[in-house]
Design a protein around this ligand. Structure first.
Ligand code: UD1
Ligand code: UDP
Length: 371
């Protein structure tokens, strides 16, 4: 029987983290699969960090990132350049991930080429087209053109059914992020001494990058950080600052130079996972961090008003706090002052997966293509 040729496409840090274990699983099943990898490099440095960690050498690298890029050029670059990749590679199936512009445009480009597409992390929704922007519409588009929908949870399966996706094309697999996290925590314990954190202080980890938070919201987040360090000599913040200039500029302007606020470059995944484990509280607007932190038993205060990941919110380990300065200060202070509240939020739970999502996806592909 001939091998199934699978082209995995990704471009940003979170897609790379969540697709890397799947690429590895396909490589390990080489009796059935020919695995080909294409990176758009929508992110350059933050993508390369992940490719190095997982030892992935892409077969195609479109190298599209431009400084402070916009959605129009990003979309058209991916759409057009993927046409050439599909013509040269001629895969049996294309796999894309989640909700980035790389994923949406690569899926659309494959649809135009009449190549079936599998969507990993399908079915996440807020049902508000502007939150998160443009991710909500990116994932709706990707789901609409894909044939195979690998949904992480019951909620994401239900969302796909509500979106009129045929039931027989929906597979509940768990989220591959847990595969990536468990592999990394087990195999790559990182040394954080280079961060020069004070072991006697409580550590609050902060990340932010959402487009909805550019401008006033991100400045409010920074002001909350300043107020919290002023009122709490027992805490320190560590903030790996996303390379987007819309984040770098206000964050360095407002927070640089404080001895208990450590502004650092984006961390490689292994040290970041270790840092999550060693932090006391996490403040973030990231999607991936909302999925990873609960399994490490870390409370997450989400700097957004909606989430497409309601599972850990329902369980109480993740709380939506938005970007109002006073609300952020109040919620962090509550966790610092109230041990019962902290304990309630720091129970380890794993609604997003069991570390076997990639294996399930590979088994499903084998079955579907050998029918
Ligand atoms: C993108 C995704 C978002 C995802 C996020 C994860 C879209 C529209 N946005 O947002 O869904 O949550 O990645 O981080 O798909 N940059 C660098 N080096 C890098 C990465 C980024 O310099 O390695 C800078 C560049 O100036 C680039 C800018 O950041 O133009 C913005 O990158 P872009 O991918 O367009 O947006 P993100 O905010 O990273
Ligand atoms: N991450 C990382 N280094 C960092 C910050 C985050 O490796 O300095 C990881 C994090 O563990 C998660 C992913 O990057 O797996 C999330 O990426 P991001 O927040 O950029 O995107 P989102 O998940 O919001 O799309």
């Amino acid at each position: 029987m001939s091998k199934i040729k699978v082209l995995t496409v990704f471009g940003t840090r979170p897609e790379a983290i969540k697709m890397a274990p799947l690429v590895k699983e396909l490589e390990n099943a080489q009796e059935s699969f020919e695995s080909v990898v294409c990176v758009t490099a929508q992110h350059r440095q933050m993508l390369d960090q992940v490719l190095n960690l997982f030892n992935i050498n892409p077969d195609y690298d479109l190298n599209i990132m431009k400084d402070n890029q916009n959605l129009w050029t990003l979309t058209s670059d991916v759409l057009l350049k993927m046409k050439e990749v599909y013509e040269s590679c001629n895969p049996d199936i294309v796999l894309v991930h989640g909700d980035t512009t790389t994923s949406m445009a690569a899926a659309l480009s494959a649809f135009y080429a009449k190549i079936p597409v599998g969507h990993v992390e399908a079915g996440l929704r807020t049902f508000d087209k502007y939150y998160p922007f443009p991710e909500e519409i990116n994932r709706v588009f990707a789901d609409a053109v894909c044939t195979y929908h690998f949904a992480p949870t019951d909620t994401s399966c239900e969302n796909l059914i509500k979106s009129a996706i045929p039931k027989e094309h929906i597979y509940k697999t768990g989220n591959t992020v847990i595969d990536a996290l468990l592999y990394t925590v087990e195999n790559h314990k990182a040394d954080l001494s280079g961060l020069h954190l004070d072991k006697n202080l409580k550590t609050i980890l902060l990340t932010s990058h959402r487009r909805e938070n550019f401008g006033e919201p991100i400045r409010n987040i920074c002001k909350a950080v300043l107020e919290l360090v002023k009122n709490n000599p027992q805490i320190q913040f560590v903030y790996p600052v996303h390379l987007n200039p819309n984040v770098q500029k206000p964050v360095y302007e407002l927070l640089d130079g404080h001895p208990r606020i450590h502004l650092i470059e984006p961390l490689e995944y292994a040290p970041f996972a270790t840092l999550m484990k060693e932090s006391d509280i996490i403040l973030s607007d990231s999607g991936g961090v909302q999925e990873e932190a609960p399994s490490l038993g870390k409370p997450v205060l989400v700097l957004r008003t909606t989430t497409e990941r309601p599972e850990a919110v329902k369980h109480g380990t993740v709380k939506l706090v938005g970007t109002d300065k006073d609300v952020i200060v109040k919620e962090v202070q509550n966790l610092l002052n109230n041990p019962d509240e902290y304990k309630k939020m720091s129970e380890a739970i794993n609604p997003y997966g069991d570390g076997l999502a990639c294996k399930r996806i590979v088994d499903i592909l084998r079955k579907e293509f050998n029918k």
